[in-house]
Write a protein that binds this ligand. Structure first.
Ligand SMILES: Nc1ncnc2c1ncn2[C@@H]1O[C@H](COP(=O)(O)OP(=O)(O)OP(=O)(O)O)[C@@H](O)[C@H]1O
Ligand SMILES: [Mg+2]
Length: 545
């Protein structure tokens, strides 16, 4: 009985030199035993229903983290699991492997740890390179289909990795997918954003969002299909009903590849606001593993989002958000009312353009670096000091660069200048209030005062003294108590009031500040003063007739 078992151990996992591993033995069904001597007799004590064998050792090229691949039998089938080295030496972490079928329990965990340790010691594994995410890792660009490196992920992104695949060839992609839409300036702009994502890191551009808003059936989902067809299948598109932590992790995993998210209606508004702010920070706090290692991963990528309402609307009071979002509300397809051919072409052709694009880019990175710098200067000058436009300028410059790289792929033709112009105008011509926060906020404040007429005082007997004073209308100006202004602007107060003053929306006092003592009834509250022509220009009249 004992002998057969020893023989089987020998066959198993090619342990040639020894029949046993330490005192451990494995039987035919891969059950694990340990030999114990008792009163000069030896007994085999049962340890576990299955035995974890280590099959290889891996090293993360990004941070040196060591992983092992475990193999064990579960219900007759081989299970392979990549785990951090620390998982194999910590009881608590080893116990989590029971979820994938390892027969580890509170009772045998310690023995299993000993066994694994001996097993690793017995075998000299060659170390293989691996990465736990894709995109640029150091100087290496890891495409998910790259066979030269192991991509190991513990967070369930296998389906995402699999979605980065190619079908058809580049020529048929250009002919059947790209050419039919190449005159759609909005759609092409979004495709350029999808392509530009991997270029962010080299220029240390913070992540930003390119957002399309529009009514139902205007082609938003179709547009995301186009953006995904560059890199792979439609499974690259995610939905907005995702938690903040999951989104952060996904962004960190994709690293430099674009994050495609459809339909903001599926997200909760307060979460959207948070995400927009946080995403553009470009850092994920890897959270909550048992050892409480707060692993922070940075990422540089572009989020492409769609929704019925512009994503900036969800965070209307945050001036900072506008500078992180290119918000477009033009219809993505204007020359089209039948999408059948496009959908058919996109299911037969994908994943090829992204590869060709990276090849072209890598063939002359220096040249494209210079090109980016030229565009950067150009957009900076175009912003004419407008803070938001200056900041968005770098985003436009990188998208413009992507356009030029795309044009250098043989067979690709489109009007890059027209595409860029139309989509720059969309945010720069002033009609899009998302990009003029100070103006929009002042307008909202007027709107409130206008709607609450009994809170608007005129310093006469008709004033309703029981109503709270929101504003005092004087002969030449509207005075708003500083307290009320600050309540309205909340945390954006300081910055917005400064901008109002700079733009002449409010009047300066002798000290260069924006408040004045205004006599009203028995008091002299500090108020900001807005000249009559200013509010008239906004379309309001608070004057008493
Ligand atoms: N698989 C498909 N094959 C052919 N046409 C399709 C397909 N899916 C959608 N369409 C068509 O494409 C057009 C645009 O639809 P799309 O789903 O892109 O709009 P949307 O803006 O995302 O709308 P919603 O706000 O309702 O999500 C519609 O006319 C739709 O009928
Ligand atoms: Mg849709």
């Amino acid at each position: 009985m004992l002998d057969t078992r020893e023989e089987l151990v020998e066959e198993f996992e090619n342990v040639k030199r020894r029949k046993k591993i330490g005192d451990f033995k494995v039987d035919k069904s891969e059950r694990l035993y340990k030999e114990k001597e008792l009163k000069e007799e030896s007994y085999d004590i049962f340890i576990s229903r299955n035995t974890p064998f280590v099959t290889r050792k891996l090293r993360d090229i990004e941070n040196g983290q060591v992983y092992y691949t475990l193999r064990f039998k579960n219900e007759g089938k081989d299970v392979y699991k990549d785990v951090k080295a620390s998982t194999l030496v910590t009881r608590r972490e080893l116990l989590t492997l029971s979820d994938v079928g390892l027969a580890v329990t509170e009772n045998n965990a310690k023995e299993l740890i000993n066994f694994i340790d001996l097993y690793i010691n017995e075998h000299n594994f060659e170390q293989e390179d691996m990465t736990s995410r894709i995109g640029y890792i150091g100087n290496k660009f890891v495409h998910p289909q790259d066979k030269s490196i192991n991509i190991i992920q513990e967070s369930g992104y296998q389906s995402l990795i699999d979605a980065f695949k190619a079908k058809g060839n580049l020529d048929s992609y250009i002919e059947d997918v790209f050419n039919p839409i190449r005159n759609e300036h909005t759609a092409v702009f979004f495709m350029l954003a999808s392509l530009a994502s991997p270029l962010l890191k080299r220029h240390e551009i913070d992540p930003f969002i390119v957002d399309l808003s529009g009514r139902t059936s205007s082609g938003k989902t179709t547009l995301l299909r186009l953006c995904s067809s560059i890199w792979g299948s439609k499974e690259l598109i995610g939905e907005w009903n995702i938690t903040k932590v999951a989104l952060e992790r996904k962004a960190a995993f994709l690293n430099n590849f674009p994050l495609l998210l459809d339909d903001t209606r599926k997200a909760s508004p307060f979460m959207l606001k948070d995400i927009v702010y946080q995403f553009s920070g470009g850092k994920s706090k890897g959270r909550g593993n048992i050892k409480n290692i707060d692993e922070e991963m940075t990422y540089h990528n572009i989020m492409i989002s769609t929704g019925e309402v512009a994503i900036t609307e969800y965070s209307a009071e945050m001036a900072g958000v506008a500078a992180r979002v290119i918000s477009i509300d033009d219809p993505p397809f204007v020359h089209r009312n039948d999408y059948k051919d496009l959908y058919r072409a996109m299911s037969a052709n994908y994943g090829t353009l992204g590869l060709a694009f990276m090849k072209e880019y890598h063939s002359d990175k220096k040249y494209y670096d210079n090109l980016f710098q030229t565009f950067e200067t150009q957009y900076f000058n175009q912003a004419k000091g407008n803070e938001v436009l200056s900041r968005l300028g770098r985003s436009y410059a990188i998208i413009h660069t992507a356009g030029q790289i795309l044009l250098n792929i043989p067979g690709i033709e489109f009007d890059l200048e027209a595409v860029m112009l139309q989509n720059y105008k969309a945010v720069a011509d002033g009609s899009n209030t998302a990009y003029d926060k100070p103006k929009e906020l002042l307008n909202k404040l007027f709107e409130q005062i206008d709607g609450k007429r009994h809170n608007l005082k005129h310093d006469d007997d008709n004033d309703d003294d029981r109503a709270e004073t929101l504003a005092i209308s004087k002969q030449d100006e509207l005075c708003i108590p500083v307290l009320k202004v600050n309540e309205f602007l909340e945390h954006e107060s300081k910055q917005t009031r400064k901008l109002w003053l700079e733009r002449g929306f409010t009047l300066q006092n002798g000290d260069g500040k924006d408040f004045h003592k205004v006599s009203y009834k028995n008091g002299r509250p500090n108020c900001i003063k807005i000249p009559r022509p200013v509010y008239m220009q906004f379309g309001y009249d608070f004057h008493k007739f």
